[in-house]
Ligand binder design. Structure first.
Ligand code: NAD
Ligand code: TYD
Length: 350
């Protein structure tokens, strides 16, 4: 049995990863470590202990707390770490950058230090989950490759870029067996309703206007979360030590087109519901430093790892819209006082 630590496993990508990995990697024991911040939710991992028993455990731990991290690593002697835990929302990083430095930079370095000291063997691997946002913004043309210069725009992407550099430094300096993946925008079940797709679905279902930043012409490159997670497993198992792999599904959309598509999908799903009204789109003040376009060139992951996304955008969006309609209880339960305060701060009365 391989003992794998998954940090941030109670968040959006992490919980989908844990479910998938427990299903397909039968020789893995997964220990999830998560601080359960506003974005982490134990409900996302419900049923796993009953189903997988000895192959799954959860521990509440804050990666900013060096002593607790050291203690955990000393005790468990991991065969690998898959590091998802992070403060992940760009708009929140603009409102308050420090939490991003503490978790994404200091927290990641705490994990690297513990890995260096207490990993089971030289073969134990540290997979760092990063983002294409470290590359900054593209214009109308071109793609991000692994060689693209790192020029992050937001406090979020600056903190992720900084952690990437520490991960690479631990490989060069201490020989730690590291791999980094940089993925494009994910969507799918269990995404916290502050990110574009679930936020717009929630607002539409609540009859609220859909706030599109600027003129809505910014472009994001989208991947269904399970495809990202298949790439994560491949990178963990097949990636070369010290290397970076870009993950993406070659699926660029302008924000305004995506929001219009979501409205159409919701209308189709809710056509029998008389109280559903078509939501209005509200163009609101642009995000400061708003990156114009992201677009991943995933050739290296395709050729070296055999990475190949399976879910088309049409299929993934249908599945996601249906999931949010059918799981209204899930997102209503996480919309707490803190969420309402954040939305008020970010969007005002809009
Ligand atoms: P998320 O915000 O949904 O989840 C983050 C998880 O980390 C939560 O469970 C939270 O409780 C936990 N966490 C936060 N601070 C912590 C701390 N100090 N100690 C321990 N746990 C802590 O984020 P996500 O969208 O699932 O993103 C996961 C990872 O993937 C992040 O590293 C993010 O940068 C990266 N990523 C995300 C996307 C995307 O589109 N969402 C794209 C590329 C890369
Ligand atoms: P987001 O989901 O926050 O992801 P990221 O900023 O990490 O790419 O936003 C995706 C895109 O949608 C981005 O260009 C900003 C835009 N956006 C809006 O127009 N309105 C919103 O309310 C949100 C949350 C995002």
């Amino acid at each position: 049995m391989m003992k794998i630590l998954v940090t941030g496993g109670a968040g959006f990508i992490g919980c989908n990863f844990v479910r998938r990995a427990l299903r397909v990697k039968k020789d893995w024991k997964i220990i999830v470590a998560d601080a359960l911040t506003y974005a982490g939710n134990l409900e996302n991992l419900e049923g796993l202990k009953e189903k997988y028993n000895d192959r799954y455990d959860f521990i509440k731990i804050d990666i900013r707390d060096k002593e607790s991290v050291d203690e955990l690593f000393k005790k468990e002697k991991f065969d690998g770490v898959i590091h998802f835990a992070a403060e992940s929302h760009v708009d929140r990083s603009i409102l308050g950058p420090l939490a991003f430095v503490e978790t994404n930079v200091l927290g990641s370095v705490n994990l690297l230090e513990a890995s260096r000291k207490y990993f089971k063997s030289d073969k134990s691997r540290f997979l760092h989950i990063s983002t294409d946002e470290v590359y900054g913004a593209l214009g109308d043309e071109g793609f991000f490759t692994e060689e693209t210069k790192i020029v992050p725009s937001s406090p979020y992407s600056a903190s992720k870029a900084s952690s990437d550099l520490f991960v690479l430094a631990y490989h060069k300096t201490y020989g730690l067996n590291v791999v980094i993946t940089r993925c494009c925008n994910n969507y799918g079940p269990y995404q916290f309703p502050e990110k574009l797709i679930p936020f717009m679905i929630k607002r539409a279902l609540d009859g609220e206007p859909l706030p599109v930043y600027g003129d809505g012409r910014n472009v994001r490159d989208w991947i269904f979360v399970d495809d990202h997670n298949d790439g994560t497993i491949l990178a963990f198992e097949k990636g070369r030590a010290g290397e970076v792999y870009n993950l993406g599904a070659r699926c660029e959309k302008r924000n305004i087109d995506l929001v219009k598509l979501l409205i159409e999908k919701l209308k189709a799903c809710l056509k029998d519901k008389k109280d559903f009204k078509e939501p209005e789109i509200a163009f609101v003040k642009d995000r400061p430093g708003h990156d114009f376009r992201y677009a991943i060139d995933p050739s290296k992951a395709e050729s070296e790892l055999g990475f190949k996304p399976k879910i088309s955008f049409e299929e993934g969006i249908d599945l996601t819209v249906k999931w949010y309609i059918e799981n209204e209880g899930w997102w209503r339960r996480i919309i707490s006082g803190e969420y309402l305060e954040y939305v008020e701060k970010q969007y005002g009365g809009k």
